[in-house]
Design a protein around this ligand. Structure first.
Ligand code: G4P
Length: 310
């Protein structure tokens, strides 16, 4: 984590554009806050990957949200995109118009992104071989790599890392639902319940159709846990005594989301994310004040204890 931060800080100085690859289903949650600090002064391309899985309307909203930001351009694509090198170069040229046309002024680009966002798959397509190993395991890219995409277009790839402390609660759940966080770090049932809760509000028809509920009212009448139980029963995941295997049910619901079986779904809108972030930052500030007060009280206690002994 620290090494990656250092590597990015070093590389940023010598690039023309920083590409941040985001998951189009959760752009806000998949943005590494560390990167915002490190790349402040550079032109930025927000690349919304896996757009084939995201809700097109929300992707449009996120693109408009990023386009409104200073020195920022945004595009959405997926692994099946026809000409990714040209698309990326064109997008980067909008941000650094004097670069990328000649060998003496090549376009130098740094690409960053959290694990599992689809970075290796995209790079593999662009370099035309399996140089950046794509795998179903989070965080396979370990070192910085340099690729010459054309004679005058260089791409520097950095390891996909997550940041150490996630302050927005919903971000943790959304990252887990997307597959960015390793399985041991979260509880499938909790993630599935939060996911179903969001889908019930935003994509009820998708849930009704997939889990064969007679009508929307039947879906709305179910609490999240009852819905998960219903999903478990449908999948035949029963334990001894006829109890529903909630773990299997949760895995099934998460898989249906990840694979796109539920349809094209986004887990956050720009406005929702801004609201979650504001709450997260407020709670985090309160936590910091409490921590500091505790440390101060402890220091004073230690001091008065020493005086007494004296
Ligand atoms: P990373 O380097 O950012 O860590 O991600 P990577 O390319 O390894 O991709 C992670 C998973 O996401 C892979 O699936 C990959 O196939 C899938 N993926 C990448 N880009 C896209 C995309 O544009 N659309 C969709 N739908 N999926 C994408 P996997 O199940 O982990 O492995 P596999 O499918 O390659 O077997």
């Amino acid at each position: 984590m620290h090494l990656t931060r250092q590597a990015i800080a070093e590389r940023v100085k010598a690039v023309d554009v920083v590409i941040e690859m985001l998951d189009a289903r959760l752009p806000g949650s998949s943005a590494n806050p560390m990167l915002a600090d490190l790349t402040q002064a550079k032109p930025k391309l927000k690349l919304l990957g896996k757009q084939d899985l995201a809700d097109p309307l929300q992707t449009e909203a996120w693109l408009a949200h990023y386009q409104a930001q200073d020195q920022t351009h945004a595009i959405a694509l997926d692994a099946k995109h026809q000409a990714p090198v040209k698309t990326l170069l064109d997008a980067c040229r909008r941000l650094a118009p004097t670069r990328g046309e000649s060998l003496t002024k090549p376009m130098r680009v740094l690409i960053c992104g959290i694990p599992n966002v689809g970075k290796s798959t995209l790079i593999n397509r662009m370099v035309g071989k399996t140089a950046a190993k794509a795998a179903d395991e989070a965080g396979v890219t370990k070192q910085e790599m340099r690729y010459a995409l054309t004679d005058a277009f260089y791409l520097y790839d950095t390891p996909g890392v997550l940041w150490p402390r996630i302050i927005v609660a919903q971000t943790g759940f959304n990252l887990a639902a997307s597959g960015a966080i390793g399985r041991n770090a979260f509880d499938d049932i909790e993630v599935a319940l939060v996911l179903l809760d969001y889908l019930k509000t935003h994509y009820p028809q998708a849930l009704q159709a997939r889990y064969k509920l007679d009508h929307l009212e039947a879906l709305m009448a179910l609490e999240d846990e009852a819905l998960l139980t219903h999903i478990g029963k449908g999948r035949g995941g029963l334990l001894s005594g006829g109890r529903v295997d909630m773990q299997k049910a949760a895995e099934a619901a998460i898989h249906d989301f990840r694979s796109g079986t539920l349809g094209r779904i986004s887990l956050e809108t720009p406005a929702e994310f801004a609201q979650w972030l504001a709450v997260g930052e407020e709670l985090d500030a309160e936590r910091t004040v409490r921590k500091e007060a505790f440390a101060q009280a402890k220091a004073e206690q230690k001091k008065s204890g020493q005086k007494k002994r004296w």
